[in-house]
Structures are given as C-alpha cells and as structure tokens.
Design a protein around this ligand. Structure first.
Ligand code: SF4
Length: 443
C-alpha cells in the first residue's frame, strides 16, 4: 500500500473489538500495511477514512489505457523519477500525427511500414493521432474512418468538440484518446469522454492553470486523464514535464497524478526526433510527432527501448549455438556474451565478414564482455562448458575457438580446460571483417 501501519492506525476507529480478525486496531493496521488484510474487514471504519486510505494507496501516477484489444497502449503508473532508482514501466507511446488536410492513405501506408527490428526486438509506433486541420468536420470524420479501417493501432483524435463528437460516432468502440479539454470546452469535452468511456487530455495554459482545470474535470467525474501543460517551446515543455513528474511522485500532488502528452513543433523530421527524444527521456507518457520515415523513427524507438529496459535485467539472447549463413565443417566458431547488444553487434559483423560461422553467446546474465569478465561471469571454465554443451565439436572439423580481444587473458586457461586452440579475435566487433579477411580470406 505504501503506507506504514501507524499511518493506517491513525485512521481506524480504535475500538479494539477484534471483529476484523486481529485482536486490536493496531494489529489490524499492521496487517493492512503488510497487504495481509482488507480494509473492508473492519465494519466500523468511517467513509472519510476509506477515502483517505484509498487516495494514499493509489499509485502516484494513474495508469491510463488507450485503445482496445492487443493494441491497447498503457501509459503512466510510474513510481520513480530516475530509472536507476528502480525502472520505468510503461514506455512512452509514440503517436504519429496524420492531418485530415493531407493524403491520409499515403501517410497511413508509411506508418504501417514502421515495424523495425533491432537487437532481436521488434519496434513499432503505438498510436495514430488524427488531427482536424481542414476546418471541415466531414473531412475529419472521413479521415478518422480511413485510419480506423486501415490500422488496428490505438487512436488519438485532435479537434474541437463537434469534430470529435462526429468522429466518435465511428470509432468510440476503439476508445481513442481525445484531445483536448481546455478552459473553454472542458464541460462538454469531459461529458463526451465520460459518456463514450474514452481517455481525455486536459490542456492548460501553464502548470497552475492545468492543475485547476484537472480538478474541475475530476469534479465532473472523469479520471482517465492525460496532461498537457499547453506550452510548446522545448525547454519550457521539458521543465513542465519534469515538474509534473516530481510533484506527482515526491509530493503526491494529486492533480498531476496522471501521464502526460507532448508535441513536437519542428518541421524538419531530424529536429523533430531530437525534440521527441527529449520528451521520451523526461517524462512524456505520449509523444506526438509528424515524422514517419523509418530512418527517423529507428533512433527514437531505440532510445525509448534503452530507457525502458529494466537496468537490473538487461536484454539477453538465449545462450545456445547460433549459425550465421551456410555453415560447414570449416566454419569459424566465435564466443561472446549473451547481452543482446553485444551478441547482435557480433552477429552483424560476422554476417558482414561474409564467412559463415557459429557463434556461442555464453550466459553472462546479459552483461557485456568486459563487465562479465570483471564480474567472473565470462571465465575459461564457463566457456569450455558451453563448447561442450552446444556440441559444436561435432559440427566442425577444426578445434579453433575465437574469443573477444578484450579477454585475451583467458587464452591459456581456456586451452587447458577445453582442449581447443584459442584464437584471440579483435577487441571490438567492428574489427571482425578485417580479422576474417586476414585469417580466412582464402576460403
Ligand atoms: Fe479496530 Fe475495526 Fe478491527 Fe474493531 S474491527 S479492532 S474497530 S479495526
């Protein structure tokens, strides 16, 4: 719950009647704090105490879901300011903006092509944000319909109340994110979002205004909210996102206990991606951008993946024998670690060397070569065991194993415990093609 037993005890009736199970209110409070009891077990707890305890136990940033089915995007529910304190849980949703004044089908085709693979992981964008720029509600509704028919990705609708109302007649069941409730329209927009069960962005004109507006929207009974401070200048947005996150987590300031959305402003897609990267780092729940070329999105999606990887659980590949290309009995045998980035870098360079080979990533708990070696996880015995276990000796006619140059120091011991000839490869994977040319050039 995040509350101490004493915090809870202060809210209990202190009758010490034992009807809840434990003999005293204090014992019950301790059981609650440990998650071993339910507040409803006490028949005498006041409504006020129920509310206080529920509010205090709520996550500092609410989890908000956009969309339905497999493509639902979950944002918020973060518990720390810095990733190294624990981890970040819900990756920033990347939304590509499609204007109803542009060629919707052409842009959608590009968005659908944005499925990218890197270090064994598939990256995709998460939302399509359709914006009403044409000034024609009919055109907006038609654009929304085209997008809804063309993709299962979660949707965001950017427009005025009437435009969004018309579009919701078509896509309400997709539970799109509605943008936005502001000082002028918040009653209508909130009632619309509530009626259709859709999450809603609340847009302020600065943080103070935003906090007041959130309270009004909450007062109308809607809590599936996403926050926009309304600022657009990069440094200002960065400051706002940081303040919102700090106030939500450190001060438990409830009006800011929701995920956020940020918009890029630049026309040059490369600059847009830089802006978006800043927002992904700190602390946007959703980033809306126009860029939709693979070369622009790949760095952004890689950056997001790096930030949202649990620092205590680096991404890893399975420790087994991998074949690169059409291997044969003469193929070289490389050993590396099972940190995904290391493995896939080696694999890419082995492929580039054009000499088919075997690669054995030793299980080092997903650490890179030097880190693993320093931690005693990449040792001669360990490597010898993998050579044995993978049965690679039955696949090749030679007994040469190539180890990373950084762990040349393992050579003697590895030869001794495995019986294989140890060849010291390049320090960096980038050196593999030249190393292969020199050593296996004749093949
Ligand atoms: Fe205290 Fe309520 Fe338990 Fe009675 S039932 S001991 S009042 S917590």
């Amino acid at each position: 719950m995040g509350l101490t037993g004493l915090d809870i005890y202060k809210q209990l009736p202190k009758k010490n009647c034992g009807e809840c199970g434990p003999p005293t209110c204090l014992a019950f409070a301790m059981a609650l704090a440990a998650g071993k009891a339910e507040l409803s077990a006490c028949p005498y707890v006041s409504e006020e105490a129920k509310e206080n305890l529920a509010a205090a136990a709520a996550p500092p940033i609410r989890l908000v879901k956009i969309g339905t089915g497999d493509e639902v995007v979950e944002v918020g529910d973060e518990t720390v300011i810095f990733r190294h304190e624990k981890t970040f849980f819900h990756p920033t949703g990347i939304a590509i903006r499609v204007s109803d004044a542009e060629d919707v089908e052409a842009k959608l085709a590009k968005i659908k092509d944005l499925v990218l693979e890197r270090v064994g992981q598939v990256y995709e964008v998460d939302l399509v944000a359709v914006s009403a720029d044409s000034g024609d509600p009919g055109k907006f509704a038609a654009a929304v319909e085209k997008v809804a028919q063309g993709t299962d990705l979660a949707l965001m609708l950017i427009g005025g109340v009437e435009e969004i109302r018309a579009a919701l007649d078509i896509v309400a069941d997709r539970k799109p994110l509605l943008y936005a409730a502001d000082a002028e329209n918040y009653e209508e927009m909130t009632n619309l979002a509530k009626e259709k069960g859709c999450p809603l962005v609340v847009k302020g004109t600065g943080l103070d205004d935003l906090a007041e507006l959130v309270k009004k929207v909450e007062g109308l009974g809607h809590k599936e909210l996403v926050l926009d401070s309304g600022n657009r200048e990069l440094s200002r947005v960065l400051a706002d996102l940081t303040q919102i996150r700090r106030l939500a987590i450190k001060k438990r300031f409830r009006p800011f206990g929701y995920p956020t959305v940020a918009f890029t402003t630049k026309d040059d897609p490369k600059r847009e991606v830089v802006e978006a990267s800043v927002f992904v780092a700190k602390y946007a729940g959703i980033v809306v951008l126009k860029a939709c070329e693979r070369e622009h999105l790949l760095p952004l999606l890689s950056w997001r993946q790096n930030l949202y990887t649990d620092p205590q659980k680096p991404i890893q590949v399975e420790s087994k024998l991998y074949e690169v290309g059409n291997v044969n009995a003469d193929s070289p045998v490389y050993v590396t670690t099972n940190f995904s980035l290391t493995y896939f870098t080696v694999e890419g360079e082995v492929e580039a060397s054009k000499v088919p080979a075997y690669i054995i990533p030793v299980n080092t708990d997903g650490t890179s070569v030097l880190t693993a070696w320093a931690a005693g996880k990449f040792e001669a015995e360990h490597i010898a065991e993998m050579l044995e276990k993978t049965g690679v000796a039955e696949k090749v006619s030679h007994r040469d194993v190539i180890i990373p140059g950084y762990v040349a120091v393992l050579s003697g011991k590895l030869k001794e415990v495995s019986g294989w000839n140890v060849i010291v490869g390049p320090r960096e994977a980038a050196g593999i093609p030249a190393f292969v040319r020199e050593r296996y050039g004749g093949r």
